[in-house]
Ligand binder design. Sequence first.
Ligand code: HEC
Ligand code: HEC
Length: 466
Amino acid sequence: MIQTPQTLAALVLLAAATLVISGCEGGKKKPSAPANTTGGATEETPKAEEAPAKEEEKKEAAAAPADTPATTPPAAEAKADAPKTSGKVMLGSSDLVAGIPGSGPLKVEEIKAWLEDPKNHEPLDFELPMGLATGAGQIKGVDKNPLTRAKIELGRQLYFDPRLSSDFSVSCATCHDPEEGFAKHTQFGVGLKGQTGGRNSPVSYNRILSDKQFWDGRAGSLEEQAVGPIQNPIEMGNTHEACMKCLEGIPGYKLQFDKIFGRMDIEAVGEAIASFERTLVTAPAPFDYYERLRAFEKLDKEDIDADPDLKAKYEEAVAGAKEHPMSESAKRGHALYYSEKASCSACHVGANLSDEKYHNLGVGMDKEKPDIGREEISKDAKEKGAFKTPTIRNVAKSAPYMHDGSQKTLEEVVEWYAKGGHPNPSLDEKIKKLDLSDQDKKDLVAFMIEGCSSDFPKIERGRLPE
Ligand code: HEC
Ligand code: HEC
């Protein structure tokens, strides 16, 4: 995170509870058992409850049975954990992030053997799990930085390695922890020597569908974002030069950078971490299965029975919804979410339930010196206090909420919307007082908890080079 006046002002020193190893002497010092054990639709806004034109219905339901966000290619309907379908690699499969086979710290011989296998250097032809797959058009950056197994694996190591920080105490996973919804259950990110900034750690998954990074979108790519925290004084407190010197002294890293990139620089660090992050995607959620089934339910039962291919897909949809059920309350919440009445989908829309735009909900605007958010970057006064719409996928796993971590529960968030946010001159025009009953509020929360939760890939977090 690049400093903003706000984060500097909020620089607070807490007692250093982190395990500190100073200096970096080549590979001699081993990382402390990661002290860090705690890490949209673009313009084509999908229309909510619209039935496809009659004659097109059958074809669409077969190819793309999802009544909310656009189309799901049939190939993308495979389970997120099935590593391969039709020769393509499924992002989100644990197989990509399981680490180099074996156990314990990574030995040089193991790394050499891994790097010798040409398969690990082939650019991957990949696809996204059902639900996210409709957002494939939003993917940016993989043309310049193709995904390979070796690069993803190097990125995995770097993501969990506290040796990227100046005192070996902080890694990316310190603030974007897989166990804490790839975020952190503290109000603000807690970095080097317990220092905090003024913003809550956002999630580091489904970033492949997000172009600009940070709450204010100041990083133009994942690659650019990934190298920022290393030299942020309150996050990892290092310099890029010192970080590279340290990595160069670790033979296992040197081997990998040389073979994968033919160079060892901070840009390569960014490319490897970005590649790892692009594989962190959410599996299909109950609402994805629900929407797929509902698309079929709009069809004539006779038409389905008459077409064996369609029938098989329908049966698959029935089985999927049964295996990933939503309660009646969550189903009502789903309808509300996409309705005019609650209009959550005015912003949380598209495959990743984010429009990737910036809005002011009035969060923190009652402060004497509010965080101006996007205005700092765009220099547009209309964007004062506007922040990037976060995803709702798996949101139940990453409390607290909002850019300043000021809201502790999803109930609190819904109350915020119900009262129309906090009045201020740049309040988004889509934020208005909502007429929601207590049951409506419960239903919205049930939709977010039950409907939007799904599995993450299982990631090897140890296995770092000796
Ligand atoms: C000390 C805690 C901390 C550490 C360490 C940290 N981050 Fe972050 N990260 C944050 C905070 C806080 C933000 C939001 C800052 C902002 O928007 O101004 C953020 C933002 C991000 C984002 C943008 C997400 C989005 O929705 O736009 C990504 C991606 C990310 N971090 C990845 C990483 C990676 C990769 C590393 C390691 C190289 C890392 N972070 C290290 C706290 C941390
Ligand atoms: C005008 C666009 C807009 C609308 C409408 C909207 N949101 Fe948001 N939502 C945002 C933005 C922007 C943020 C982050 C704001 C901030 O941090 O200051 C956010 C934050 C959230 C968060 C916190 C997520 C996190 O990771 O911190 C949740 C949950 C949420 N919204 C749910 C909803 C629900 C439920 C509705 C409908 C009742 C809704 N939103 C309507 C734009 C919107």
